[in-house]
Write a protein of this length. Structure first.
Length: 491
């Protein structure tokens, strides 16, 4: 079928009407592992950083350790953009296997590193695999999960980042304990843990289908019909299927060029792009500012020994994990616009109040951790909603590339600017200077809350085709507040 051809299809409504089933659970587990591995990697690196400088390990300098961290972030940015483009061109399933394979090989390579250059190269490749995973995974989740459940499922999967963080924090307490494992081997086993978790999910990934929505947009209607029929048979084994709904009108599209992606983002959807950038930059800065430097705060201001930092990261991770799980359903019931604006605003207020208490010396290590658990219980749901927003508001033919763009911007700003700024503020030894940094993060979150209320779209319960195929005019984006169908006009 040639690009530009219009046709009718019942496939999107059939996918959206499916009841939740074991098939959906397998999908969530197989794809959700991406964020868990990212959280694991970030935590492991933070935990073993001081160990990698010891003579019996790689004997890296602080500069080299920092450079290796930058290599991981640079790899994540490049990987997300490259593999995002490939996922839109070649399909979601192929990229699932390629990016997971790259991650596994690079993680094993990291565990076997013999010096700074090999360690940095493997860290960059690991980041590339994780970045590619993020782009392809979000596209597939949104295209395969029923519309009425898309918000809570997407938030829950994003929250698994903190399950990886908890696993990494717990593993560091074991692998870096010289009473249990020699230091020269422990750090290698810590990195090997990620590879072990990744290998366990390969077989499940191989059984996942290609996205029927992607196949439809490429005009491969018979193949899409075959995939959906298999999914329906699998789901029907556990519960009866609702009656098949009607059809929707779609347009076959070819590969999206970079110029087309830019045109859609900045010409057709400028308000949605502004919304996505605001949400992603704010959450990335706030998160990376606090989480990536929390170990430094604990050791510098509270005198916590480096080997015990993991004990304080565990409850922090649990609070972050619970936020999307508890608040996620509200994004499908109360609605996207209200919940996104509310979670960003509340997180901003709590972040500022916690920083105020820290600046005045009212908190100790335990109460500081309790406050961060409360702050990021809300902020985790807010941050997860940013990824939900950028993955559901743009057309199928460039969805992975759009996710990759926002992921790259968020990673670049949050991963580079925030830790660098806070590292300098912490090095000053002044609680008030660190508090100023917390206020910057709170200000960005508050500003993003305002943008979400102004530009937010009520996408809850709506199919992806209703949100993007009709392309409503930009003037409607901020005015949509009812869960009724979108008007089939241009955006």
């Amino acid at each position: 079928m040639r690009a530009g051809t219009q046709f009718e299809s019942s496939i999107p409504p059939r996918l959206d009407r499916l009841p939740w089933s074991p098939w959906h659970w397998r999908l969530v587990v197989a794809l959700g592992v991406a964020w868990m591995l990212d959280g694991l990697e970030v935590t492991i690196v933070g935990s073993v950083a001081s160990v990698l400088g010891e003579p019996g390990t790689l004997a890296l300098s602080y500069t080299q350790i920092g450079a290796a961290g930058s290599a991981y972030l640079a790899g994540a940015v490049v990987g997300s953009l490259f593999f995002g483009k490939m996922a839109d061109h070649f399909g979601r399933k192929r990229l699932f296997l390629v990016t997971l394979g790259l991650y596994l090989a690079a993680t094993v390579g990291t565990a076997l590193s013999w010096g700074f250059v090999s360690f940095a190269v493997f860290r960059a490749l690991t980041g590339a695999g994780i970045g590619g995973e993020a782009a392809a995974m979000h596209s597939a989740i949104d295209e395969l999960i029923p519309a009425r459940l898309r918000g809570r499922v997407d938030l829950a999967i994003n929250g698994t980042y903190w399950l990886g963080t908890a696993i990494g924090a717990g593993a560091s307490l074991v692998f870096l304990d010289e009473r249990l494992v020699p230091r020269a081997i422990g750090w290698r086993l810590a990195f090997g843990l990620g590879a072990a978790l990744g290998f366990s999910i390969v077989l499940v990934r191989r059984c996942l289908p290609e996205s029927p929505r992607w196949l439809l947009l490429r005009g491969r209607i018979e193949q899409a019909e075959s995939v959906v029929s298999r999914i329906e048979r699998d789901v029907a084994r556990g519960c009866p299927l609702p009656p098949a709904p009607g059809t929707v009108r779609l347009t076959a599209r070819g590969s999206a060029t970079f110029s087309h992606v830019a045109h859609v983002l900045f010409v057709e959807y400028p308000r949605r792009t502004a919304l996505g950038l605001s949400l992603m930059i704010a959450q990335a800065f706030a998160y990376n500012a606090v989480f990536f430097t929390y170990a430094l705060v604990l050791t510098r201001f509270y005198g916590i020994a480096p080997g015990r930092v993991g004990l304080y990261l565990l409850p922090f991770a649990i609070g972050n994990l619970c936020g999307p799980l508890v608040l996620g359903p509200l994004f499908d019931t109360i609605g996207r616009r209200t919940m996104i604006a509310s979670t960003y605003a509340v997180a901003a207020l709590l972040l500022a109040l916690t920083g105020w208490g820290f600046a005045h010396g009212w908190l100790d290590a335990v109460t500081q951790t309790i406050m961060w658990c409360i702050v990021f219980f809300v902020a985790s749901a807010a941050a997860s909603s940013a990824y939900l927003t950028v993955s559901e508001l743009f057309p199928v033919e460039l969805r992975s590339m759009a996710v990759a763009f926002f992921y790259a911007v968020g990673t670049g700003v949050g991963g580079l600017a925030a830790p660098t700024l806070f590292g300098k503020l912490i090095a000053s030894g002044s609680r008030y200077e660190v508090f100023v940094g917390y206020l910057v993060g709170a200000g960005l979150m508050a500003a993003a809350a305002g943008v979400a209320w102004w530009l937010g779209i009520s996408a809850e319960g709506r199919s992806l085709e209703e949100i993007t195929e009709g392309r409503p005019p930009e003037s409607l984006d901020s005015a949509e507040s009812s869960p009724g169908p979108l008007r089939a006009e241009r955006a």
